[in-house]
Design a binder for this molecule. Structure first.
Ligand SMILES: [Zn+2]
Length: 264
C-alpha cells in the first residue's frame, strides 16, 4: 500500500513538474538568447501570399522608404524613457553614416511602430505599407533586444535588408549544418529569395554584417549551425552586434542612393 502511494506521488509530481520545468527552461532560453531567436522572415511569411511575393523582391523600389526617411512611433505602454533613448541612439548611429533619417510620425501613411508585447526581437523587412512593427521585448537597456546592436539589426531589416546567411550566394561562403539546427528553426536558414530578387550591390558576402547570424545560431545540440568555408576566416567574426560593418554601411548607402546626394 505504502509502495503504491509512493509511486502515485512520484508519478503525480512528475506529471505536475515536468511541464513547469520545461516551460521555465524554454522561457529562460527565450530571454537569455534573444539574439538567435530574433527573426524577421517568419513575421513576413505570416503575411498574405501577395505580400510575401512583394517582399521577396528586395530590389523592388517600394521596399525603400521614400525621401530616405523612416517615420516611427514608440508605444510607451511597454517602454521607459531609457528604452526610448536607446532606440533613438540606435537610429542616430545609422543616421551618422548614411543619408537616412528617422523621424517621429506625424501624418505619414507608412510608418514603424515599436512595441514590446513580445519575448522576441522582430522586424519586418523594408517598407510594408501602412503601420508596421519592430517588436522589442522590454529588457534592461544593453541586454537582449535592448543592446544597441540588436536594435540596429532590426532597423537595418526595416530599411529593406534580409539576413546575410540566406543570401543566394551563401553556399559559396558558408555551409549550413542542418543536422545541428533546432528543427523548429530550420526555416530561418532556407534561401527563399531568387538571385534576381536580391542585390548585394557587388560587395560580396559580408561575414561582419550586423545581419549575419553567429556560428551556433539556433543550435539544437550546442554544435555549429553555420561554418565558414574559407579556413582563413575566423568563425567568431559572424554574429557581431556592436556596430554596422563597412559592408552594411555601403549597402545601405547604395540602396538609398546616398552618394548621389550633395553634402554627404
Ligand atoms: Zn534579424
Amino acid at each position: 500500500m505504502l509502495k503504491t502511494i509512493l509511486v502515485l506521488i512520484f508519478v503525480l509530481c512528475g506529471v505536475y513538474l515536468a511541464p513547469v520545468n520545461f516551460k521555465e527552461m524554454g522561457d529562460e532560453n527565450l530571454i537569455s538568447d534573444v539574439d538567435v531567436i530574433e527573426d524577421s522572415i517568419k513575421e513576413d511569411l505570416s503575411e498574405s501570399p501577395t505580400r510575401v511575393k512583394r517582399f521577396n523582391a528586395k530590389k523592388h523600389p517600394y521596399l525603400r522608404w521614400p525621401n530616405k526617411t523612416v517615420p516611427y512611433w514608440i508605444n510607451m505602454t511597454f517602454y521607459t524613457s531609457e528604452h526610448v533613448q536607446q532606440i533613438e541612439k540606435a537610429m542616430r548611429e545609422i543616421e551618422n553614416v548614411t543619408c537616412l533619417k528617422f523621424v517621429g510620425r506625424t501624418y505619414q501613411h507608412d510608418y514603424v511602430t515599436f512595441t514590446g508585447n513580445t519575448k522576441r526581437c522582430v522586424s519586418q523587412v523594408g517598407r510594408n505599407g501602412g503601420q508596421q512593427y519592430i517588436r522589442l521585448m522590454p529588457t534592461t537597456v544593453e541586454t537582449n533586444c535592448f543592446r544597441l546592436g540588436s536594435i540596429m539589426h532590426e532597423l537595418v531589416h526595416t530599411l529593406g535588408f534580409y539576413h546575410t546567411h540566406i543570401g543566394t550566394n551563401r553556399d559559396d561562403h558558408i555551409k549550413i549544418l542542418w543536422e545541428n539546427i533546432d528543427p523548429s528553426r530550420q526555416n530561418d536558414f532556407k534561401v527563399f529569395l531568387k538571385s534576381d530578387e536580391v542585390d548585394d550591390f557587388g560587395l560580396g558576402y559580408d561575414f561582419d554584417s550586423i545581419l549575419q547570424y553567429h556560428s551556433k545560431a539556433f543550435s539544437a545540440n550546442g554544435k555549429p549551425t553555420i561554418v565558414v568555408k574559407d579556413p582563413n576566416i575566423k568563425p567568431n567574426r559572424m554574429g557581431q552586434r556592436k556596430s554596422l560593418s563597412r559592408g552594411d554601411v555601403l549597402r545601405i548607402r547604395k540602396f538609398y542612393d546616398c552618394d548621389d546626394e550633395p553634402n554627404i
